[in-house]
Design a protein around this ligand. Structure first.
Ligand SMILES: [Mn+2]
Length: 479
């Protein structure tokens, strides 16, 4: 492809020349003759001429498929140049904003007069990679500090939250990697082990060992790190740790020697991908597979709380991971016992105005409830699901939606925060309330009425005039 660039700044010319060659056949139009001569002597394809004259472009053989780049350094308006290009038949025109004048307002000004012209700001084009590079060196310094701090420990514990999910386990593997340790010297542990079938399948397929930790055994470790969770989660059991790496909102009330908490990240594995990259540690196929699966599952394949960095981490890990294994882990979601609860919800549930509500009765494990809520969200014509079940003496409610006009987290908080714990995101939320409090607040005597009552609550919530949408609120409970 041919490219004509109207530039007056030597640095810009040399940069464009280097970037566009050899993919483009590039020629520069320069006003300043001595500069044109100098560039010509340096081997740059350049002609001297007045870019405000149409015949300059005709002479340069401008055609409709020639790409034209016009530098705008803010000193002199390039409007006459744009007119000349247009009169000469140019259609693929870009203005390259250089310097402080390259603002969004400037872009709008051009757009108003020349709607076909695209405005590119140099700072935007180069800013991203440059900032990534600089923040990587900050991360590098941080990681090297905690690596040193952990280096003389005999036994390290990498602690996960209860019922560890893919992100917790993948982060455990990744941190072990960053610390350059083996499973003998860095134990991945949790107080309550894994229960969900898909997570158990991950453990088996990737041969991950999560050790059960007792409060007493914490003393046996020289250093304790936490990933995907912060100490407050353990309710006073641990108030001081050596390292915390997490993507949940930062919590007060504990001390950590080193801490990397980034609440705007979609997964802890995203943070750890950056740590691994910053210190140039090799990522094994097993770890990459676990991390890729973790990012996919924590962001619901980029459906919630996803950041540019999550997508970047995903594309970095993708070629290193075993995608077939991930498909196999995902397939584990469907089990016969889960199908029993799907059937139960289907039989007793109601679908009204694209809202599915179901009550599962007593469930031996909590994961049946979000599973059924997710399941019915896939059904044609379902936009919201609210599924509840009784675990122990608590009613657990899972809320999911596809229609983004109302916030699932807000629904959970509105009705349940005063009698239990409730929270979540725009598209998924959860509430856990004592059964007795639920019965009293909502005046439900018969268990059979629970589903119907929930249906009424969602109906009420969805038909209220929409309040001004608040910014996404952080999750306060694990959904
Ligand atoms: Mn997570």
């Amino acid at each position: 492809m041919r490219c004509l660039a109207v530039c007056q700044d030597e640095l810009v010319i040399r940069m464009l020349d280097e970037i566009l060659l050899p993919g483009f056949e590039v020629e520069f139009i320069v006003e300043n003759r001595p500069l044109a001569r100098r560039l010509h002597d340096a081997g740059v394809h350049v002609v001297a001429g007045d870019p405000r004259r149409t015949d300059t472009f005709l002479k340069a053989d401008l055609g409709p498929s020639t790409c034209v780049i016009i530098e705008d350094n803010g000193r002199r308006s390039p409007k006459r140049v744009l007119e000349a290009v247009r009169d000469a038949g140019g259609t693929l025109t870009y203005v390259l904003g250089v310097g402080a004048s390259a603002t969004a307002r400037r872009a709008e000004e051009f757009h108003a007069e020349f709607p076909d012209v695209a405005y590119l700001a140099m700072s935007e084009l180069f800013g991203g990679p440059l900032l990534t590079e600089f923040s990587r060196s900050l991360t590098r310094a941080r990681v090297q500090q905690y690596q040193r701090y952990f280096s003389d420990a005999d036994r390290v514990l990498i602690m996960l939250h209860n019922d560890p999910d893919p992100d917790a386990m993948a982060s455990g593997l990744a941190l072990r990697n960053v610390l350059r340790r083996t499973k003998a010297t860095a134990i991945i542990g949790a107080i309550h082990g894994i229960t969900r079938p898909e997570n158990l399948r991950m453990v088996n397929l990737l041969d991950i060992h999560v050790e059960t930790i007792t409060p007493d055994s914490l003393r046996d470790y020289d250093r304790i790190a936490m990933v995907d969770v912060q100490p407050h989660y353990f309710g006073g059991l641990i108030d001081r740790v050596d390292l915390v790496i997490d993507h949940h909102p930062e919590q007060p009330g504990y001390t950590a020697v080193f801490k990397d908490v980034r609440a705007d990240y979609g997964s802890t594995s995203t943070i750890l991908t950056e740590h691994l990259r910053a210190v140039d540690v090799n990522i094994s196929e097993r770890t990459a597979t676990a991390m890729l699966y973790a990012i996919k599952s924590d962001t619901l394949f980029f459906n919630r709380q996803t950041n540019r960095v999550d997508i970047e981490a995903f594309s970095y890990l993708y070629p290193l991971a075993d995608a077939a294994l991930i498909r196999k882990m995902e397939g584990a979601e469907i089990t016969l016992e889960r199908l029993d609860y799907v059937i139960k919800a289907h039989q007793g549930g109601t679908l009204i105005d694209q809202v599915f509500c179901g009550f599962l009765g007593m469930t031996p494990r909590e994961d049946f409830i979000p599973y059924v809520a997710d399941f019915f969200l896939q059904v044609e014509d379902v936009k919201w699901t609210v599924v509840a079940g009784v675990v122990g003496d608590a009613l657990v409610v899972s809320v999911r939606n596809l229609g983004y006009s109302k916030n699932a987290g807000e629904f959970a908080r509105r009705f349940f925060a005063d009698i239990g714990s409730a929270g979540g995101h725009r598209a998924m939320a959860k509430a856990v309330v004592p059964m007795r409090a639920f019965r009293e607040k909502f005046n439900v005597m018969e268990t059979d009425d629970i589903g119907r009552r929930l249906q009424e609550l969602v109906g009420q919530f969805l038909h209220e005039p929409s309040a001004v949408e608040k910014k996404r609120e952080p999750a306060t409970v694990k959904t």
